[in-house]
Design a protein around this ligand. Structure first.
Ligand SMILES: Cc1cc2nc3c(=O)[nH]c(=O)nc-3n(C[C@H](O)[C@H](O)[C@H](O)COP(=O)(O)OP(=O)(O)OC[C@H]3O[C@@H](n4cnc5c(N)ncnc54)[C@H](O)[C@@H]3O)c2cc1C
Length: 309
């Protein structure tokens, strides 16, 4: 199917992007285009105007702020995954960025695009939920901060208002050092969305450690499982199986071409238990500060973790 015709405008500033959106009919923001262009081609969406965000310098940087590390909406996933501060303090996000498609895609796709597309299977969403990230959104009415938890409304739906633009995703200082592993099942590595994704994480240092459990592709939105987290906080790794059962009860999977609802539900239980086990063992664990700046060339290690059936 051919890409339908559309007009392409390049914004050079956030203000210009907002103005273009306001004056152009049927407009959409374009970041990496790895979701939007296939959706246009397949006729799932129709836009007469695309507004390119990749030339906006203020969206193309990662910077320290008072609230935390702010990742610009035009920064490609590959640059996030090799950024020294992200690697040092937020290794869970590094791991999840590396699980989005394959390397050529990561050189183009963005974090903001991944969450604004609001797929229940968005791989970076589980890291952002775990890290309790904030999303900065601007519109002509001003700027607001949205918690990632509050952003997702349903498949393909966010709480963003028409024309509202995400400028940055902020990783709070308080979430620095959380570690764990992302257990992900998919039909084909690097080519397909997750059939099930489970991130089990633990806080760095401090006694007793706290836990977070986030799920992808098993409900209308990515989600956290608060009661599984509380159980792990109270009882530690010996409660791994029961935490898996709680997560299994909380999810609301569908049956689609990637897997049945029953399979997904069962796998949530298995992967939570596996994720808890990984917290106390070397297998699959990602620790803060693992490695220096990463290459742009394929690195099969992280991509192959957790892909066991
Ligand atoms: C072959 C292939 C494999 C893939 N594999 C995976 C995978 O394994 N895991 C996964 O999670 N995803 C996967 N995807 C989906 C996609 O690559 C990701 O969701 C990607 O992160 C989207 O980012 P983008 O910059 O390309 O977004 P775009 O396509 O540019 O935009 C996506 C949506 O977000 C909106 N948007 C973008 N930026 C902003 C902004 N700053 N403010 C407001 N709205 C905005 C756009 O208007 C659009 O609606 C895959 C896609 C393909 C084609």
């Amino acid at each position: 199917m051919l890409l339908p015709s559309f007009a392409f405008s390049t914004a050079r500033s956030v203000e210009e992007a907002l103005e273009l959106w306001a004056c152009l009919p049927d407009a959409a923001y374009l970041a990496g285009g790895t979701d939007l262009l296939p959706q246009l081609r397949l006729g799932k969406r129709a836009h007469r105007n695309l507004i390119d965000l990749k030339r906006i310098q203020s969206l193309s940087r990662i910077r320290e702020t008072e609230a935390g590390l702010a990742i610009g909406a035009a920064v490609p996933l590959a640059d996030i995954a090799r950024h020294p501060a992200v690697r040092e303090h937020y290794p869970l996000l590094v791991e999840c960025c590396r699980r989005v498609g394959a390397w050529p895609l990561q050189n183009r796709a963005t974090l903001a695009g991944n969450i604004c597309n609001a797929s229940p299977a968005a791989d970076t969403a589980v890291a952002l939920l775990t890290l309790e990230a904030g999303v900065i959104a601007v519109s002509p009415e001003g700027e607001r901060v949205i918690s990632v938890t509050g952003l997702f409304r349903g498949p393909g739906q966010t709480c963003l208002r028409p024309g509202e633009l995400v400028t940055e995703v902020v990783l709070p200082h308080a979430s620095a050092g959380w570690h764990g592993s992302y257990q992900r099942l998919s039909r084909r590595q690097g080519m397909d969305l997750a059939t099930v994704g489970v991130l089990v994480a633990s806080s760095n240092g401090g006694a007793p450690p706290r836990h977070r459990v986030s799920l992808a592709a098993v409900a209308p939105t990515p989600l956290r499982v608060a009661d599984a987290e509380a159980l792990l906080d109270r009882e530690g790794p010996r409660a791994a199986r029961r935490a898996g059962e709680l997560a299994r009860d909380r999810c609301r999977p569908i049956t689609d071409l990637r897997g049945s609802a029953e399979y997904r539900r069962e796998m949530v239980g298995v992967l939570v238990a596996r994720g808890v086990a990984a917290l106390s063992g070397p297998s699959g664990i990602v620790v803060p500060g693992a490695g220096g700046p990463g290459p742009r060339t394929p690195d099969p290690g992280p991509q192959s973790q957790g892909e066991r059936p």
